[in-house]
Write a protein that binds this ligand. Structure first.
Ligand code: THG
Length: 367
């Protein structure tokens, strides 16, 4: 592929200088911003992530901030997950649905206080949907995108690196909770979360000026831990079943089809915009659902369009993400499969751009 032309529409991040100095080899575009995809190679980055610690510029996880007396009511309108038990200091993975129950985004919601939330979004312009609702309903809430850029610290040595920079109390931060930690006279929100299954943290860097000082501090503190710049890894996230909005699901899918039924409380999420639609169509047994799928043979190419899944000559689903997994010695993939063909061990034929292959449906992801 050709190069990406820089422009104002394609936003750089507070860490771009560090990412470039680290020798980034490829980017994708996400929320109108640069997201690194490769440093050394996808496979080398994968092994490094699983053995050491990486610093990821995930500024593309933009925040939609809700602030004001109606923030909590607006937050519950957006998601079928019941938020009544959500306390300040908690992060919740929340499907966001429209009035048809279709997925608009799958962010992490961060409850900063009773009247203040950050919605840490995946790749869709959620700000416009939320602004439309708050203004159309004359709600008492400010909706804006603050100058907050997440920096993820991922990998088995993440705890050690974070302790060196933020102190021992970093170990007290539990999964999907956050604490406040000082850096250069400012308090930063740090959560135990991140888009990998290797463990780690996300630092919500408030104020772009802190970006490079924090980046450099982490890189220096982790030198003997073999810390490197990294990024969400295509192989590892498929092994772990971490979904990618726009790839693995779109507005055409309900959360239940995406396997996100465990994050929906359709009976009790009173006020959720898609609730009526989901009460009618969504069950834990939708007619199709996302499944882990292995693909036999040599490494497959990258999946930049859906690959049909066939049973005999009938299409029964499609693959949306695929990669060669060195650790599992097979191609790992994510696909949407019809109920008639989703049982563990079902073999199908996948039509890749390089020809047909045997695909096997699984029940659980690899990690
Ligand atoms: N962190 C933050 N913002 C994000 C992402 C993130 N925004 C974009 C994108 N990632 C949103 N999508 C996801 C998908 C999966 C998870 C988080 C965000 C995730 N899932 C865990 C799992 O499935 O194992 C845990 C879910 C849970 O148990 O609550 O972490 O990564 N800030």
């Amino acid at each position: 592929m050709a190069l990406i032309s820089p422009s104002r529409r394609l936003r750089r991040t507070p860490f771009s200088e560090g990412v470039e100095a680290a020798g980034v080899k490829a980017y994708t575009i996400y929320n109108h911003m640069l997201l690194p995809t490769v440093f050394e190679s996808i496979e080398a980055d994968y092994h490094h992530l699983k053995n050491h610690v990486q610093v990821w510029d995930v500024s593309v996880e933009r925040q939609v901030e809700l602030r004001g007396p109606d923030a909590g009511r607006l937050m519950q309108m957006l998601t079928p997950r019941d938020l009544r038990g959500m306390l300040p200091g908690r992060c919740y993975y929340v499907p966001i649905v429209d009035e048809t129950g279709g997925m608009l985004n799958d962010p992490v919601a961060v409850k900063l206080s009773e009247d203040r939330y950050w919605i840490s979004i995946a790749d869709s312009d959620l700000l416009f949907w939320v602004k439309g609702l708050s203004n159309g309903l004359r709600m008492e809430v400010i909706v804006e995108e603050p100058d907050v850029s997440p920096l993820a610290i991922q990998g088995p040595k993440a705890d050690e690196l974070m302790e060196r920079v933020f102190g021992e109390s970093i170990h007290n931060v539990r999964f999907f909770r956050f604490g406040l930690f000082p850096f250069e006279d400012q308090e930063l929100v740090i959560a135990r979360s991140g888009y990998s299954k290797q463990g780690g943290f996300e630092i919500y860097v408030e104020g772009g000026h802190l970006g490079m000082p924090l980046w450099n501090t982490l890189m220096e503190a982790g030198e003997d831990l073999n810390v490197r710049a990294g990024c969400p890894n295509a192989i590892e996230r498929i092994e772990g079943g971490l979904l990618s909005y726009g790839n693995d699901m779109t507005r055409a899918n309900t959360p239940h089809e995406c396997g996100l039924g465990r994050f929906c409380d359709v009976q009790t999420a009173i006020g959720c915009i898609g609730r009526d639609a989901l009460l009618r169509v969504a069950t834990d047994e939708p007619s199709r659902q996302i499944r882990p799928i292995s693909i036999a043979g040599d490494p497959v190419p990258g999946c930049d369009r859906v690959w049909p899944l066939m049973a005999a000559s009938k299409q029964v689903g499609h693959i949306t993400s695929a990669a060669w997994s060195p650790d599992f010695d097979t191609n790992v993939a994510i696909g949407m499969v019809r109920m008639s063909h989703w049982d563990e061990g079902t073999t199908l034929t996948v039509v890749t751009p390089e020809g047909e292959r045997t695909a096997t449906v699984h029940e659980t992801f690899w990690i």
